[in-house]
Design a protein around this ligand. Sequence first.
Ligand code: ZN
Length: 206
Amino acid sequence: MILGLDYIIITTILLILLIPLYIYRKVFIKKFNKKPDIGYFIKDITFSLKTNYPKFVFDFKIINKYSNEPNFKTQQILIIEDLIKQFIKKEFVFSTQKNVEKKYLWLTYEENSRLKKDNKLPSDWMQRKNAALKRDKNKCNRCEYSVSKKNSHALLIKQMKDGGGFNFENIVILCNDCNRIIKSNYNENIYHDLHIMDELLNKIHK
Ligand SMILES: [Zn+2]
């Protein structure tokens, strides 16, 4: 069999082109098998937590605990779960809140601040919640997450059974997550139901 000249030329060119690939094979393999950098993920979640939960001090040193985890996704999930468990565990101290300026109070405010015999909330409870939200600049009292009327809760500091009334000093504003955490008595197992969990899972780098 006689090979044509053009066939020999093309084969030679192809072989020459493959030489650098062979020489630098280790570099190519390294490039394609590189484990993603955890640094970008850490930067991302640190920024997000400090911006959205400014009152909350997270211990980011726990990240080192998971540095030997070989699977990148698992490593990120373990870090997220650890940070959220910190968020759950921190006990909230209920303390007396500020009043609102007198000019913002209404005629029946004082009267409706007193406890009712039937243990029901006063008819102007929503008005109180909205004014307390305004007083707190729409921030959760436990973590300072930005809230609106829809995703916030107004809680009494001193409970009705203990004689607490509905005056502003006794009303505290909390976000959905903090309200849920306190109601669960700081139960770590509720972390999957929290909004902060969804927020951080969205930050996972592929
Ligand atoms: Zn909160």
